[in-house]
Ligand binder design. Structure first.
Ligand code: HEC
Length: 114
């Protein structure tokens, strides 16, 4: 058995099989990553408006239907802009929370919700 000439070949074969095995595992991992990446991108593309209200959902709830703060669904866009720019005294709605185009975009988005 000592110095059997076949031993190195068996070792190389085992190494090769292990290598192929790990490479395919890595490939599966990358595929999953790619699939996730694509998924993430499409979600982001569709949810552009939702990104606007990330700053509000902490208090007004994930669907803006109320949490610590009141529901915003059904409010008039002009009213929302007014609250964002001028605030409501003595509440967490401080003046200038959002202003200008951003306030308008947020207000239009929220007032379009049902
Ligand atoms: C720190 C918590 C907090 C955050 C963040 C917050 N709000 Fe508010 N919001 C409140 C609370 C509390 C009230 C109720 C104030 C009151 O008592 O009148 C309120 C009231 C409002 C009102 C008036 C509702 C009405 O019926 O007149 C609007 C509009 C509003 N928030 C919009 C927003 C928008 C848009 C955002 C995101 C840009 C936001 N809020 C972020 C806590 C928050």
């Amino acid at each position: 058995m000592k110095n059997n000439p076949i031993v190195p070949y068996i070792l190389i074969m085992a190494f090769g099989i292990a290598l192929i095995f790990f490479m395919s595992l890595d490939g599966v991992g990358k595929q999953a990553e790619l699939a996730e990446g694509e998924h993430g991108t499409t979600e982001e593309g569709a949810g552009g408006d939702e990104a606007l209200v990330q700053a509000c959902i902490g208090c007004h709830g994930g669907d803006l239907k109320g949490g610590m703060g009141p529901s915003l669904v059904g409010l008039d866009a002009d009213h929302i802009v007014d609250v964002l720019e001028n605030g409501i005294e003595g509440t967490p709605m401080t003046p200038g929370l959002k202003t200008g185009d951003e306030a308008r975009a947020i207000a239009e988005y929220i007032s379009s919700l049902e």
